[in-house]
Design a protein around this ligand. Sequence first.
Ligand code: PMP
Length: 439
Amino acid sequence: GTPAYPDDAPASAAAMARARAVTPGGVNSPVRAFGSVGGTPRFMRSARGAWLEDLDGRRYVDLVCSWGPMILGHAHPDVLAAVTQAAARGFSFGTPSENEVALAEEIVARVDPVEQVRLVSSGTEATMSALRLARGFTGRSVVVKFAGCYHGHVDALLASAGSGLATFALPDSPGVPPSSAGETLVLPYNDVPALEAAFAERGDQIAAVITEAAAGNMGIVPPDPGFTQALLRVTRAHGALLISDEVMTGFRASAGGWFGLEGPYAEGAPDLFTFGKVMGGGFPAAAFGGRADVMAHLAPEGPVYQAGTLSGNPVATAAGLATLRGCTPELYDRVGTAARAIADGVAQAFAAAGVPHRIQWAGTMFSVFFRDGQVRDYDDARAQDTAAFGRFFHGMLRRGVHLPPSCFETWFVSGAHDDEAVDHVLAALPGAVEDMLTP
Ligand code: PMP
């Protein structure tokens, strides 16, 4: 079909010019800047259900869903009511409040190995704190992460380094001291021999392995069958903790996140989990939690310090609670059905045009790789046609579909992606594929 919108977006461009003057790159989180696809990022003025509306009054089916949180759709009436009522009772108390307890109970009830949680305000805080706790609990300092896994902008985790053999990482970013990234071992994802080799060499120094329960930040790369089990076996054998980062997959891949799909495991359970995104319902709320005996090392019960002025904020916890209560089996059916319809449409449109592609899944989550063949790790994921993705992205945008602006991202749908929204995406595909093929 014919594009609905021109490529220039005057109101967004004007807002971006103002933003650039007062904010580095004009954005408050780098990927929003359209760095890898080019063009003007659209400034949104409202969002409802499956749709975004920008400053030029253009409407887009949203396949970003705020990078995961908006699983019920935007401005869901139940969440809106909960937030409005909570806000009317005050914005922040700086004391304990009941919603915090209710949200913790909801999380503990959904993920079996999680006995206790501590609430924080972002996924980054959750992984940073889980790492400190693991180091405090074990008295060790080395942490193992996997290339292509993102755990927020924590100093020690902003390292992906080269693949292949275990090497102590170089920081990915200036400002991260070598002393910080130098305690981080980076291994290829899904590589059990590399894991075993790292532990054979330094097992007594390793405090924790942190992994995305199913990777979603290099596109969707689920653990191979047996990989999670190997992580459990090796960490248990060497007295290290396993931290399962479910900031993205938690309450999204399934009601119980990735653990709810793949677990329980005969080898044991991850010692700590991190959550964010869906559990905050679009507000700043995140959590880390797990074994009660490990969590007991946190202040004020134990010596490992961790705190937050806005942790457990009453408005954010109200949003998270209302969102999780809307995360029913029926909701996951709806999200999964919409995701399947969109993924099938993409596969058909690409196949019809002879475009190499690969779609991978983690429960109700999927992503599209612009290459053939199975993607098992970061090296595989990086071998994509990123230029083709950029043309496809803009082909979709000018037809009223907002994809994540990078080919390394998960495509997020919500329970509000009804037939109208899905049909709109399907109708946009052939024209966008045509645009992609005409550089
Ligand atoms: N862990 C994972 C797996 C994530 O996907 C993200 C964010 N995309 C984070 C941690 C960091 O969360 P936040 O952006 O809320 O700090």
